[in-house]
Structures are given as C-alpha cells and as structure tokens.
Ligand binder design. Structure first.
Ligand SMILES: [Zn+2]
Length: 301
C-alpha cells in the first residue's frame, strides 16, 4: 500500500469507533431499538447488519471484499473448546465462514504443542451475517477475519463476567517503537509463526512493534514473515485473515515478496505513521454500496 492509502485507512479505522480487545463488554447487552425507516436507502448498512442476531440460512459464501461485504451460511465457533474460549460474548461476533471456523479450531488444538499455552482466547470474528459493524473494525465483514488475543487462555473456564471484563495484555512499549519486554515472550513468536504457516492464511496483522520483534526473532526460517503485515492498533491481539474460499469474494493482492523487515517496516516508525492526524471521517457504507447479493443475505430467513 502507498503511504497515502495507508494514512486514509488509519483515519477510517480511527473513525470506525472502538471495540477492541481491551474494551469491555457487558453481561446485560441491551437490544438495539428498531429502526424507524429500515428501507430508507440512506440507512447505514451497519445499522441493518448490526440488528441480525442469527446467520442467513443459505449455503456458506463470503461475498465481496474484506471491508465491503457480508457472509451467508456463517458458522459460530463454539464459545468453549478444549483449547479455546471465546471472549466478549455480548458482541455476538463469533461467526465466520465455516472454513475460518475450522482453521481456528485446528490451530487452537495445536497450541499446547506450538508454545505450551493451554489454548487461545478468541476475540471478534464477524457478525452472524457479516457486514459493517456499529463499533470497531473496517474489515471483518465477510467472515474471513479473526482476532486472537495475545494473552494465553488460562487452564480453567473463564466466567461469563470475566469474558466481558478481563483485560487483554498490551505487548507494545510505551514509546511505540518496540515490544514491551515485560509482556512479550518467545511463545508469542511461536504462535504467530505457526498461524502464518497455516495453509489458507493470506495475511496476519500485527502492530509494527510486534513485526519488528518477529523480524528479530525469526532466525533463518523467514518465508512466513511475508504474510505478517504491520498495522495500527493490534497491541493486544493479532488478526488472522484467510484467503477467499469461493467465487463470491475478492482476495487482496498478495503481499509484496520478501520478509518486509527492511525499509517497508522502518517507515511505520516515522512520526506521521506512528501518530497519524485524524482526518474527516468517511460516511458509513449503505446497503447499496455493498455487493447486491448482500441484500439477499440480510433478508434471508
Ligand atoms: Zn481484526
């Protein structure tokens, strides 16, 4: 991405509201009030998709692009597995394309061997029908993106309250220039390496400070670093993006060749990149700006 495009992205991420790992959920989520004019074409699509609490009963299909689309026939990752637990259940964002849900369960099952953690804490995937969200995330719209906490799963079941209120751990040093050596461990490197090596994973997003640590710690085996891309935020979690599994969605261009540890990484540590100036927020996407098929997904039983 060119710096301009990247800065525009930062601005739109900043404008997207917040709902990140460190933000708490609630044990008593209040249902959203019904919309006065849901058929008004100017209604933001997030207001429509944010009000669907179950998946579209259609064959699984990711439709559109990561930051402009929706998902049919999504599956929920169970809130508890032997080697994972879903966090912030009040958000109802543990839905994804079945391909992604499979991958997460497969990766979680290997975590004790990968780095000795009991398992993974799973953050936001997508809404039941994907689409834009009322808070957080420009992407996560097609059921192919998942956030994994950089905090190990404890070896006991977390209570519902803990899943809403427990804080994630910040891995980034206060000056933003490197990881915090008090929280970052070789286990983190092992986990991100294993996730990047999973077939089907197209990209992994981490904070630039974390990419810097991975570059330093990777050793000889560096091909996987290509998929690990620096991005604002991601201090507390990393983001797994899988490739488009069917004809309904569009992949991004593959990341540039190489480990991305040189000049490409250093420019993330300039003042303008570390502290991008907030710009004008972009108007929210409307249903008409999503692929036409998303209208069917929205209204399907
Ligand atoms: Zn994410």
């Amino acid at each position: 991405m060119k710096p301009i495009r990247i800065l525009t992205l930062a601005v739109s991420l900043a404008a997207a509201g917040s709902s990140f790992a460190q933000d708490r959920g609630t044990l008593t989520p209040r249902p959203l009030p019904p919309l006065a004019n849901p058929d008004d074409p100017s209604v933001p699509a997030k207001e429509l998709f944010g009000r669907r609490d179950g998946p579209a009963a259609l064959p699984p299909r990711s439709i559109g692009g990561y930051a402009r689309g929706c998902v049919a026939g999504a599956a929920a990752i169970p809130v508890d597995g032997d080697t994972w637990q879903v966090m912030r259940l009040s958000r109802n964002r543990n839905w994804g394309h079945p391909r992604l849900v499979d991958l997460l369960q497969r990766l979680a099952a290997r975590v004790p061997q990968i780095n000795g953690w009991p398992g993974l804490l799973v953050g936001d995937i997508s809404q039941p029908r994907g689409g834009p969200m009322l808070t957080g995330h420009a992407s996560h719209q097609v059921g192919l993106d998942a956030d994994i906490w950089l905090t190990p799963m404890p070896s006991r079941r977390l209570t519902r309250a803990e899943r809403e209120e427990m804080s994630a751990t910040n891995m980034v040093r206060e000056d933003r220039l490197d990881i915090n050596p008090n929280t970052w461990t070789p286990q983190h490197t092992a986990l991100i390496r294993a996730a990047a090596k999973e077939r089907g994973v197209a990209r992994i997003f981490v904070n630039p400070a974390i990419k810097k640590a991975l570059c330093r710690e990777a050793g000889e085996d560096r091909a996987w670093l290509t998929k690990v891309r620096p991005m604002w935020g991601h201090d507390y979690h990393f983001h797994i993006r899988i490739a488009c599994p069917d004809a309904g969605c569009s992949d991004q261009d593959p990341p540039p060749n190489g480990d991305g540890c040189g000049a490409e990484l250093s420019r993330w540590f300039t003042h303008d990149m570390l502290f991008p100036k907030p710009g004008k927020p972009r108007p929210p996407l409307t249903l008409a700006q999503l692929p036409a098929e998303c209208r069917r997904v929205l209204v399907a039983p």
